[in-house]
Design a protein. Structure first.
Length: 617
């Protein structure tokens, strides 16, 4: 049997993409590779790349464990500057897809080279090369459920890379502004999603659409584009936050191309901190020689194009670095699209070391079930479905489940609302239970109890859960409690008075502690600074009629000296709108607290009888 016969036997099921004349060349590449030698000076690099993709084959049985030498080969070819064509990219993609069909499951390595080549082309060509892989809403032609499941697994594994490849080129200029002539007016659409601006023939900018162009079809198209832009900004904000949570890694060249230089995505990416592995972190700044990263103390670094980069996460930073970055954002007026610098960090507590395999940190809260379920679903939690049905089989009990970086968290909940008031259907209120963590693939269910309910096995030790995974899972729970707890209501819900009072005025969670830290930096900059001070749990505001304490967790208010409760429904406040906040906060409680503080600091100007009656009581 010849070496060529060996080659055909190894890759036969993939050789439909290889012409007969090419097999001899591939046999030579194989022989050189086995001897640890380069392909030679006169090598046809695209051909060498196609051969390298075939080397990932594990045969018709598939599998996950590739030879590390082959993985290094693939990475070196993917990083090399080779004159690829769209046809080359399609062949590489076809080979990768066939490997998936034959049970190869290490998707990031299988598609590493095809995706690297695809990045070289324009948006329309990228869409065509990716085909069904880039269109999750379009089903493949296969009628086999197993293949459909595999394609979805591939999309999930490559989600971040696919999203970047499918970012449409923005029609905005480098300054983030798109201009269209509509009639005699110039209409400006800014990439930040703000309202359209209109410039009249004399050069004056007006906010509302002039009568002369209000019915122009071109203006209607721009309004649709504005709506789509706002949706795109929301999606980009979510994608960038998921990249932080999942510790997504890019090459610096990819960061500059797909994020910093993009007129839309760049609005967010340029305000985030990027981290070099085992090295410095910084905010991006454009220079004549390219993008640099600048640290909070002015240190500059210009990464090489192939340098791996991630988004900076405070769980990996020192307290001193976090303080420096927080001061830097406020000093320079930098507003981040989500909490990065001011992100809450949830470290293991003594109580959790004691319970060992579960966390009770967010147990015992009463939440508005529908609102909590929606929020958790948006953040990747699934499986929660409880209500007033099938009590004997546990229909009133359930769990929200989320997977992250090879771990799975399960957060138990049960119904606490009155079934008659809920119409014996979906619950209006639920109570939270413990959170348990399991490794990916770890058995979680062990048979059934006496009532037929499935019983859970003991979870993994919390000390074994990676700090970032633990922190982000608990942060989701804190957010759900902080947004949907009945403790936020203006009045206590019937039967939950004790909980309402304990949550509304009790100890602060990590989210509220972060809010307090932000206020520590913001207060000296506010016009009410001489009337406000922070205590351990409250923002204390001195008005002319009374002195007030606003709880930093719930926003509820107590009036001194007798701690009488003051009910104020939050509204829009111009003074608060002018206050710079260094992040977009989920739930908006910081804005609510500031709004109440501005109102109460000038309490003699309050005319709303629903408030003045309480002040005079």
């Amino acid at each position: 049997m010849t070496e060529l016969d060996d080659f055909t036997r190894s890759y036969g099921y993939l050789l439909g993409y290889v012409q007969e004349a090419t097999r001899e060349t591939y046999r030579r590449f194989d022989a050189l590779f086995e001897r640890g030698l380069p392909p030679g000076a006169d090598v046809d690099w695209p051909e060498y790349g196609r051969w390298a993709q075939l080397k990932l084959s594990l045969g018709q049985e598939g599998g996950h464990d590739h030879d590390e030498r082959v993985l290094r080969l693939i990475r070196s070819v993917a990083e090399r500057d080779i004159p690829w064509t769209p046809g080359d990219a399609r062949v590489l993609m076809y080979v990768a897809q066939d490997m998936v069909r034959w049970g190869h499951t290490r998707y990031e390595e299988i598609f590493r080279l095809p995706l690297a080549v695809t990045r070289r082309f324009g948006f329309q060509e990228r869409r065509e090369i990716l085909g069904w892989l880039g269109e999750p809403d379009r089903r493949s032609r296969s009628r086999m459920p197993a293949w459909e499941a595999r394609t979805e697994q591939v999309r999930q594994a490559l989600a971040g890379q696919l999203e970047e490849l499918l970012i449409e080129p923005a029609e905005h200029g480098p300054d983030g502004v798109r201009e269209e002539q509509v009639g005699d007016y110039l209409v400006r659409l800014c990439a930040d999603g703000s309202a359209l601006r209109f410039v009249n023939p004399s050069g004056r900018t007006v906010k509302s659409a002039p009568q002369a162009i209000r019915k122009d079809p071109a203006l209607a198209d721009l309004r649709i584009t504005l709506k789509e832009l706002k949706q795109a900004l929301s999606a980009e904000r979510f994608r960038l936050e998921q990249a932080l949570v999942k510790e997504r890694e890019w090459r610096w060249q990819e960061v500059t191309e797909f994020f910093l230089d993009h007129p839309v995505t760049g609005l967010y990416a340029r305000t985030l901190i990027w981290q070099l592995p085992q090295g410095p972190a910084g905010l991006p700044a454009r220079t004549d020689s390219g993008w640099e990263l600048i640290g909070p103390r002015g240190h500059r670094v210009q990464p090489d194009p192939d340098t791996p980069v991630t988004l900076w996460h405070p769980i990996h930073a020192t307290a001193e670095d976090v303080r420096a970055w927080r001061d830097h954002l406020l000093e320079h007026g930098i507003r981040q699209p989500y909490k990065q610098v001011f992100r809450e960090v949830y470290l293991l507590t003594p109580a959790e070391e004691q319970t060992r395999t579960y966390s009770n940190r967010f147990a015992g809260h009463v939440l508005r079930y529908g609102q909590a379920k929606t929020l958790l679903n948006q953040r990747g939690w699934t499986g929660l479905a409880i209500g007033h049905w099938d009590y004997e089989c546990g229909g009133d009990q359930g769990e929200a489940v989320k997977e992250l970086s090879g771990w799975r968290a399960r957060w138990g909940m049960h119904v606490v609302s009155d079934p008659a008031a809920d119409g014996w259907e979906t619950a209006s209120l639920c109570a939270t239970e413990q959170i348990t963590f399991y490794r990916d693939g770890q058995e979680e269910i062990s048979g059934n109890d006496w009532a037929g309910n499935r019983t859970a096995l003991e979870g993994a030790s919390l000390t074994e859960v990676p700090p970032l995974v633990l922190s982000e899972m608990l942060r989701d729970a804190d957010l759900a409690v902080g947004v949907t707890s009945v403790g936020l209501d203006q009045q206590a819900a019937g039967g939950h008075e004790d909980y309402w009072h304990s949550y509304g005025f009790g100890e602060l969670t990590e989210t509220a502690q972060t809010r307090r830290d932000a206020l520590t930096r913001l207060l000296p900059r506010l016009r009410i600074a001489d009337r406000a001070e922070l205590t351990d749990r409250f923002l204390r505001v001195r008005g002319d009629r009374r002195t007030y304490r606003i709880h930093l967790g719930s926003g509820n208010i107590l009036m001194e000296p007798n701690d009488a409760y003051l009910c104020i429904v939050p509204g829009n406040d111009r003074a608060t709108a002018s206050v710079f906040l260094p992040f977009e906060e989920d739930g908006g409680m910081l804005s609510v607290i500031l709004s109440k503080a501005f109102l109460l600091a000038d309490d003699t100007a309050i005319t709303d009888p629903s408030i003045t009656r309480q002040l005079d009581a």
